[in-house]
Ligand binder design. Structure first.
Ligand code: PXP
Length: 243
């Protein structure tokens, strides 16, 4: 089955809404680990709207699974990442006004800058993943740059309204996953996945890991963090056993 990295950003969205010290994202991360996830993901945004620097340091010290740090390729955040030394860095595009990450990286256009940052992290033995749309040219560019993995952006699939549109987006993800398998680059996926739409993506064998945040945190409000993570893991198991 695909591994599950739980993105806990929105635990801190609730905390930052009142500028208090609860709920604690580290406690949530430890519960998610207890429930069986294989990694914790956080996005340290330039505007610090949810996760704060101190959260990342505490997670680094206290979690026992993989720490995946999502970040824009900008000097101030690169500096924090170099100091924290996460187990993986995922480079994402970032716009201040967006509600959430809106698209994949333009690896083709950003080749020079991204290449430098990838090599810098790899020199520190930190693998780098690039968040890309399911687009063959972007995937090829990521491979050419020597990224350790890609994360396929599933946002268009998740947001598709009609069945026809959903199927078309799913078929782009399948094609992209096939190409990355042929090019021997490790493939992850994520964005907008929930219990209702995750199975077809989790059923794709070459997608090794899913990053899921908002829907798990939203579900945790209703059933608790451990149950929410367990439910998602069950769905991931079901996705592969159903083939
Ligand atoms: N992957 C990436 C690269 C993201 O930026 C996000 C959102 O922070 C996610 C996965 C998780 O998306 P969601 O919160 O919609 O599950």
């Amino acid at each position: 089955m695909a591994k599950l990295c739980v993105n806990i950003d929105h635990v801190t969205t609730v905390r930052q809404a009142r500028m208090v010290d609860y709920p604690d994202p580290v406690a949530a991360a430890l519960m998610a680990e207890d429930a069986g996830c294989t990694g914790i993901t956080v996005h340290l945004r330039e505007d610090r709207r949810h996760i704060q620097d101190n959260d990342v340091y505490r997670l680094r010290n206290l979690i026992t699974t993989k720490l995946n740090l999502e970040m824009a390729a900008v000097p101030a955040i690169v500096e924090v990442a170099r100091d924290v030394e996460p187990d993986q860095v995922t480079l994402v595009p970032e716009r201040r006004q967006e509600i959430t990450t809106e698209g994949g990286l333009n690896v083709i256009r950003g080749k020079k800058k991204l290449g430098k940052i990838i090599r810098m992290f790899q020199d520190m033995d930190i693998p780098v993943s690039l968040f890309v749309d399911p687009d063959k040219d972007q995937i090829k560019a990521a491979v050419e740059l020597g990224a350790n993995s890609i994360e396929l952006h599933t946002g268009s699939y998740s947001e598709a309204k009609s069945k026809k549109e959903k199927n078309a987006e799913l078929s782009k993800i399948k094609k992209a996953a096939k190409l990355s398998e042929q090019l021997s680059i490790i493939t992850h996926a994520g964005h907008g996945l929930n219990l209702d739409n995750v199975i077809p993506v989790a059923a794709i064998n070459s997608i090794l890991e899913l990053n899921i945040g908002h829907s798990i945190v939203a579900r945790a409000v209703m059933v608790g963090m451990k149950n929410a993570v367990k439910e998602m893991i069950k769905a991931l198991e079901l996705a592969r056993s159903a083939i």
